[in-house]
Design a protein around this ligand. Structure first.
Ligand code: AMP
Length: 415
């Protein structure tokens, strides 16, 4: 079912959102992006005459009640954002009477789902190596189903709008969907947008397609690189990865971050790109520093000849030009991971060059998707967030989707 086609009048909707917002030591929200992200869905349901049961996790309480991670702390903020009072159920598994009493237009926020180990469905207090683990896992899976069934019993329909946890098969993100038929379960607007964004770069590709992968290590990006290899025209690999490639090709990288045990993998990526006709763009020069700090002395050196005692911390001018050239004229662009240690203001030039090239290509009609943690921080730092097509809200979920994995939270809705 599509959310825009569902008639919420007189219906209770249980909505999984990602309200895992950062709080300061006084429990005050420091960034409310996630609450704002869910508003279109929540307001749509209320405006359609429905009532809301909102559920989320916060932090990692590991199946135990923990006041520091209580969603009660954000009740007022949610009420303010929605413009209506919000009731609170301080035990998410015993909220049936409160849910039953909800009238159209009313809102009930459930306490942190992860206060119950059933939410994640992993046995607690037992190691994987323990012979009794398999049995404990089976029992926990049965309890997870019961927990999901209880949550489902609160409402007439289920909406999943929590992209941040869509890669998890938890009670509230996937298992609960088994208790609703296809006409009574749906993705929220945020989820729909995220799924469409991933489709734009994996399925509905307009060419040329340039993917830019940066960050610190090849090993954490290999799944994505391999999935993209069959799809992209240009593949820019930058950031800390540069030096694993330079080393694999026989270069000297000084103190640069380098995965010595991934040299074969790097060579294999180069060979794959050649075999598949992908234009692989690697950094040829870098801005090296003599210590890992913002105030380090700098020099521009070839990425494969970094002097001893120095480390490559940003892309050099020649590399920046090559990156921009591979982005210029692209019609589909994906960016994950910075081109340098962008947290240090003196080492942002590489990431900035990429962000600016993406903004320019987007102005000229490209579809650009930015996602997966640090690249989002980058684009915000450079003030260019408004000049790209879409910024994903889901770190791990986006990365798994780009790896080509089916997200349980999306699959459970069955679209
Ligand atoms: P990731 O989580 O793998 O996307 O990596 C992001 C991190 O990579 C950021 O914190 C950057 O500071 C870091 N990074 C990027 N380039 C380099 C580099 N040349 N040396 C060390 N760290 C880097």
């Amino acid at each position: 079912m599509k959310i825009k086609d569902f008639n919420f009048a007189g219906k209770k909707a249980i909505v999984r959102v990602d309200f895992n917002v950062p709080l300061d030591e006084n429990g005050v929200i420091t960034d409310d992006t996630r609450i704002r992200g869910a508003l279109p869905t929540l307001k749509h349901i209320l405006e359609g005459g429905g009532s809301l049961i909102i559920m989320s996790h916060m932090g990692k309480p590991k199946g135990k009640v923990n006041a520091k991670m209580s969603l009660g702390q954000i009740r007022e903020a949610v009420a303010k954002a929605l413009g209506v009072p919000v009731q609170f159920a301080d035990d998410c598994a015993k909220a049936k009477p409160q849910a039953d009493a909800l009238k159209a237009g009313e809102v009930l926020l459930l306490e942190n789902l992860r206060f119950y180990p059933e939410e994640e469905g992993k046995p607690v207090g037992i190691e994987k190596e323990d012979p009794a683990y398999e049995q404990a896992k089976k029992e926990m899976k049965a309890r997870q189903k019961e927990f999901a069934k209880t949550l489902a019993s609160y409402a007439d329909c289920y909406v999943n709008d929590a992209f941040g946890t869509a890669h998890r098969k938890h009670a509230s993100t996937a298992v609960i969907a088994d208790y609703f038929d296809a006409d009574h379960k749906m993705l929220g607007f945020l989820m729909e947008k995220e799924v469409e964004a991933v489709d734009n770069i994996l399925k509905n590709i307009r060419r040329p397609f340039t993917a830019i992968m940066g960050g610190s290590k090849v090993s954490t990006k290999i799944g994505i690189i391999e999935n993209l290899m069959d799809k992209v025209d240009n593949l820019i690999l930058c950031g800390g990865m540069t030096y694993t490639f330079a080393r694999a090709l026989g270069g000297h990288v000084g103190n640069s971050i380098c995965e010595e045990d991934k040299l074969d993998l790097a060579l294999n990526i180069i060979a794959q790109a050649k075999a598949k006709g992908v234009n692989l763009v690697l950094g040829t020069d870098c801005v090296a520093g003599d210590s890992f700090s913002n105030d380090a002395h700098q020099q521009v050196v070839p990425a494969n000849a970094v002097p001893e005692g120095w480390e490559g911390m940003d892309a050099g001018p020649e590399s920046r030009k090559a990156f921009a050239a591979a982005i210029d004229g692209a019609k589909t662009i994906l960016w994950n991971g910075p081109a340098g240690v962008f947290e240090f203001d003196n080492f942002t030039a590489g990431s900035r060059a990429i962000a600016e090239a993406i903004a320019k290509a987007t102005d000229e009609g490209a579809y650009s998707l930015i996602g997966g943690g640090d690249s989002v921080a980058c684009i915000n730092k450079f003030g260019l967030a408004d000049r790209v097509s879409y910024i994903s809200t889901g770190g791990g979920a986006l990365l798994e989707a780009i790896e080509g994995k089916i997200l349980p939270g999306v699959a459970a809705i069955g679209e």
